[in-house]
Ligand binder design. Structure first.
Ligand code: 5AD
Ligand code: SF4
Length: 552
């Protein structure tokens, strides 16, 4: 079959970005070509998110557009991957016959086969009767349904999805200038917060063997990657039992007093056959020295032992940034959300984090990040005030604030009416945003005069605008390039057009603060050569969330 071109668009979280990258790698290995032009593609795939309704609406509107495309291109294959496929199940195809293929997030290893079937089915339909091909879906479906959760212990042991991570295309020959990568350590979630669709779409929590994780990181480091972000829905729950190969919730998690395996204070608790999150961080830090920055998201406020904090403190290349959502400042809401902790336990945790890790005197202040859901059912003004207190006390460097969005299939959707009117949600949302902006601003101002190690990511947005080049939303780091910008293009333009004496670049502190700084263009070093390096800079000014500094 001639090489088919694929357009892949990703919605939602970092886990989805990684899934898209892995899927694209697998398909490229099979001869598919990726294109940034949706209009020219033979295959259009959407990797979707179901966490909030808004994310789903975007995909519905994309699918609506595809309906018209099919009239001109009867053999076009349209696929929905990810959480929305899993959540909507086969209803999605009956509602939208334009969809030929659906693949849930826990079934992505089956995508190549499904896609091949869909392409063949479509091609033969289009050949025999284009009108039928336009109307009829190729109906290739892989969803886990509820089956895997019921038999999670067994299915986890033969976790076929791990083949997706293991098959990651890592080739030094194809080195694309990328310096930053995501690595999954845990998939799924067992927490069942009442508002959240993730445990239903991504299935039971499964932890990858540490050897696989470390091998993957070594292979990435060999290609030039220097920054790794470990991914898990509740990343600190990582725990691998070497004899049973599987860990599910319910096991005793590391708590205060336990020491990680690299610690001098090891106690008998550590358990030779268990790799905890602290042990994993320590092993990566020790075994892959080429990794200059090690990050992890997202943390769950419970079960975050002192052992993890000690590892972060003792290992210089582990970042001092913890994204640890609280969702609300009200105990009553926490209970209704089934978060499994109280607000005072949350405060105890962030106090403990600060006690271990906040060291501004050596240029390493601890930065915290959060998520808030505003307008959860029955939320009163009093609850809302408690959330404001939470923001003030937690001093997040940044905090995402989401209006509650009822998700079918969750406990909250079924049992708790969404009774907060949208205008109240909006008003509370704006109040929290304003408050957080002030807090972020204060934190930024506090950094002025400080000296930091900055991991250089690329040209600043301003420099991109000046040159008319594209910049990815979010981090300036050249990330996933499927259907996106070619990182080589970014590197190439960087050293051109340097008529001015300096170029503005951007990077991040190990506490995840963005810093802009100028590099000279007349020196021996080209601007692109700074990317992926760590430079030392002094912060000279702060404006809202962005810091400006100069190299020292
Ligand atoms: N409505 C609004 N926000 C939600 N989140 C998860 N589910 C919902 C929902 N139903 C938010 C939480 C979570 C983040 C990833 O998304 O804050 O931490
Ligand atoms: Fe969703 Fe709660 Fe699991 Fe996070 S911990 S993914 S909010 S169920």
């Amino acid at each position: 079959m001639a090489s088919k071109s694929v357009y892949l668009e990703t919605f939602g979280c970092q886990m989805n970005e990684l899934d898209s990258e892995l899927v694209a790698g697998a398909l490229t290995g099979l001869g598919y070509r990726f294109t940034t032009a949706a209009d020219d593609a033979d295959i259009v795939l959407y990797n979707t998110c179901s966490v909030r309704e808004r994310a789903e609406q975007k995909v519905w509107s994309r699918l609506g557009e595809m309906k018209h495309r099919k009239n001109d291109q009867p053999d076009l294959v349209v696929g929905v991957l990810g959480c929305m496929a899993e959540r909507d199940g086969k209803d999605l195809i009956s509602r939208m016959p334009v969809v030929d293929l659906m693949c849930g997030p826990a079934e992505l290893d089956k995508l190549p086969e499904l896609l091949d079937n869909a392409v063949r089915t479509k091609a033969s339909l289009a050949e025999s009767d284009p009108q039928v091909a336009i109307r009829r879906s190729a109906k290739q479906v892989a969803l886990q349904g509820n089956a895997s959760r019921r038999s999670s212990t067994l299915s986890a042991a033969g976790d076929s999805l791990e083949s997706l991570d293991l098959g990651r295309m890592i080739s030094p020959v194809d080195f694309d200038g990328r310096r930053s990568a995501y690595v999954r350590i845990t998939r799924g979630c067992n927490k069942f917060c009442t508002y959240c669709v993730v445990p239903h779409t991504r299935g039971a929590e499964i932890h990858r063997p540490p050897e696989h994780i470390i091998d993957e990181i070594k292979a990435l480091a060999d290609t030039g990657v220097v920054e790794i972000t470990l991914l898990g829905q509740t990343v600190n729950h990582y725990r691998f039992e070497h004899d049973s190969a599987v860990t599910l919730d319910g096991v005793v998690q590391p708590q205060k007093g336990r020491a990680y395996k690299g610690s001098h204070n090891r106690d008998s608790f550590a358990g030779e056959n268990t790799t905890t999150f602290a042990d994993l961080l320590y092993r990566i830090h020790e075994e892959v020295p080429a990794i200059q920055r090690l990050r992890f998201v997202t943390s769950y406020p419970r079960d975050f032992g002192d052992d993890v904090l000690q590892v972060i403190r003792d290992c210089s290349r582990i970042c001092r940034f913890i994204h640890v959502p609280a969702q609300t400042g009200s105990d009553r809401m926490l209970k209704m959300m089934n978060r499994g902790h109280t607000i005072s336990e949350y405060y105890e945790f962030i106090d403990r984090c600060n006690e271990y890790l906040h060291q501004p005197e050596i240029g390493r202040p601890l930065m915290l990040g959060g998520d808030i859901i505003v307008g959860f059912p029955t939320e009163t003004e009093e609850d809302h005030e408690l959330t404001k207190e939470l923001l003030i006390r937690s001093k997040y460097k940044n905090c995402f604030i989401f209006k509650y969005s009822p998700r079918p299939g969750t406990v909250a959707y079924d049992k708790i009416p969404d009774d907060i009117p949208d205008e109240i949600k909006r008003r509370r949302n704006n109040e929290l945003l304003d408050l957080q902006t002030d807090i972020s601003d204060t934190i930024a101002q506090e950094q002025v005069g400080g000296e930091f190690d900055i991991f250089v990511e690329g040209l600043s947005r301003r420099e991109h605008r000046k040159r008319g080049t594209e910049v990815k939303p979010g981090s300036g780091m050249v990330g996933i390039t499927i259907g996106g910008a070619d990182p080589n293009a970014t590197l190439a333009v960087l050293d051109q057009d340097i008529s001015e004496p300096t170029v503005q670049m951007s990077g991040r502190t190990d506490g995840d603060l963005i810093v802009f700084f100028d590099v000279p263009t007349d020196a021996v070093k080209l601007p692109s050569e700074y990317i992926g390096q760590i430079v030392r800079a002094k912060i000279t000014s702060a404006d809202k969330l962005t810091l400006s500094g100069e190299l020292i």
